[in-house]
Design a protein around this ligand. Structure first.
Ligand code: ADP
Ligand code: MG
Length: 449
């Protein structure tokens, strides 16, 4: 089992035992970063999650890991976003060989391209046909047909895949061309550090020797004036020399806020292609392609279930599939539709944006592992008082409830009790970072669960 599969297996088990909301809160963006000599290192997005996982779920996590692999002796938690989008590192199983073989794709240090993203494994449907055709043509004649090529579309819909596919194809077609893929955030960081290190000349020189420059997620340039200026000059210099520029963004150029006019008009000066939402048939085709890549073959009803429930994000389609693949490997059997539903339930939290008193109280109680009636009681226990005050505060803040109403809701208390509770929380939120983190998470749940 790879690290990713091991972690997917752990997640699958945990998910069966805790509430959807808890799962989404505490296990989002977690992953195994290393596994050496029996020690597992799990990365978590922030220190708050670290504390919570260590103290509340640590024992269980260890138990599950140990049951999966008896060599495991200890678990440590590490704060840090270590690029843990597990799907990106997911091992790739070559479908041609009878045996399962693993091949980890390595990102090329020169070009920053990941060879995993190709035209061959990019599924084309009505929603991305135009963007794909433009990308394909660009890869055949870089600098000559569409310059710049600007691709936009929502999260997880294939922009990065398509951009990198162009880069990889150019490398294959023209071995002497210099290709560079740069996420806009990295570009910004590059500008900042070369200013700091008085190294701007070098930075510019490097950029201007590129034949195909790919800038991903250009929306991150918003408001970064110095970076925009640098990019503008780089753009012009490359453009004048017939070098290809390819840009992606989550929205069209005119919708990127705080983007200098001259840069906007450059972005609009070539070909703009958008990627929409995949239709049902394409979603099924993507699931089939990705299953085959892994040497798997899931029955139609399972694919239909996934494709019907995930409609607007291809990355999530893959995530769902990854869970089933992990299940299949561990249990050596295809999950039934019922199992599939429970394995995937945390992925399908349906957005229901209405908050009401009952929901707020429920969410707060669930967050602190209390019963609803405890929150509503008159108990003076510290573990109950704070959550109760928070719930009162949220009724006031979100629903604009009156103090007498809040008092009545909480077991017929006086309106002064409600005022006191709200004031207390307002003060504490200012000074207590943990509390404000908790409040944030609770609000997220109220609005998503
Ligand atoms: P974006 O950059 O738009 O957020 P990505 O390019 O990272 O999205 O795509 C998310 C995931 O979905 C990637 O793993 C990618 O390989 C896969 N994907 C997206 N579009 C397609 C497609 N048309 N065919 C196959 N896989 C796709
Ligand atoms: Mg992307």
């Amino acid at each position: 089992m790879t690290k990713e599969e091991l972690w997917q297996a752990v997640l699958a088990q945990i998910q069966l035992n805790i509430s959807q909301a808890n799962f989404a809160t505490w296990f989002k963006d977690t992953g195994i970063v290393s596994y050496k000599e029996g020690a597992i290192m799990i990365s978590v997005p922030n220190s708050f999650a670290k504390e919570w996982l260590e103290n509340k779920y640590g024992k269980n996590i260890f138990k599950i890991l140990y049951n999966l692999d008896k060599e495991i002796k200890g678990v440590k938690y590490l704060v840090g976003k270590t690029e843990l989008r597990s799907f990106k590192r997911m091992p790739f199983i070559l479908p041609t060989t009878g045996q399962l073989e693993f091949e980890e794709f390595e990102i090329n240090k020169e070009t920053n391209l990941n060879p995993r993203y190709t035209f061959e494994n990019f599924v084309v449907g009505p929603f991305n046909e135009l963007a794909h055709a433009a990308a394909w043509a660009t890869s055949k004649k870089p600098g000559l047909v569409y310059n710049p090529l600007f691709i936009y579309g929502g999260v997880g819909l294939g922009k990065t895949h398509l951009l990198q596919a162009i880069g990889n194809a150019v490398l294959k077609n023209f071995s002497n061309k210099k290709v560079k893929y740069i996420p806009a955030e990295k570009f910004t960081a590059g500008v900042v550090s070369s200013i700091k290190n008085h190294d701007m000349e070098n930075f510019k020189k490097n950029l201007r020797s590129i034949d195909v420059l790919i800038l991903d997620d250009a929306q991150f340039l918003a408001g970064k004036e110095k970076t925009q200026e640098e990019f503008f000059h780089t753009f012009n210099s490359l453009y004048e020399n017939n070098k290809q520029i390819i840009i992606s963004s989550d929205r069209p150029p005119k919708a990127i806020p705080a983007l200098a006019e001259r840069l906007r008009s450059r972005f609009e000066g070539g070909m703009i292609g958008d990627i929409g939402y995949p239709d049902y048939e394409t979603r099924i085709a993507i699931l089939k392609t990705k299953s085959q890549e892994r040497g798997m073959n899931f029955p139609e009803d399972i694919l239909d279930y996934i494709a019907s429930n995930i409609q607007r994000n291809i990355r999530e389609l893959e995530g769902a599939l990854n869970r089933l693949v992990a299940y299949q490997k561990i249990n050596n059997q295809t999950p039934s539709l019922e199992t599939t539903k429970s394995l995937l339930k945390s992925l399908f939290v349906s957005p229901n944006k209405v908050a009401n008193p009952k929901k707020i109280i429920q969410v707060v109680a669930d967050f602190y592992d209390l019963k609803e009636r405890e929150i509503l009681s008159s108990s003076r226990k510290k573990e109950v008082v704070k959550p109760r005050q928070m719930a009162m505060f949220l009724l006031r803040e979100i629903l604009k409830s009156s103090y007498p109403f809040i008092g009545r809701k909480f077991g017929g208390k006086d309106h002064t009790t409600a005022i006191h509770a709200c004031n207390k929380i307002v003060k504490e939120l200012e000074n207590n970072e943990n509390l404000s983190n908790e409040m944030e998470l609770i609000k997220q749940r109220i609005f998503t669960a």
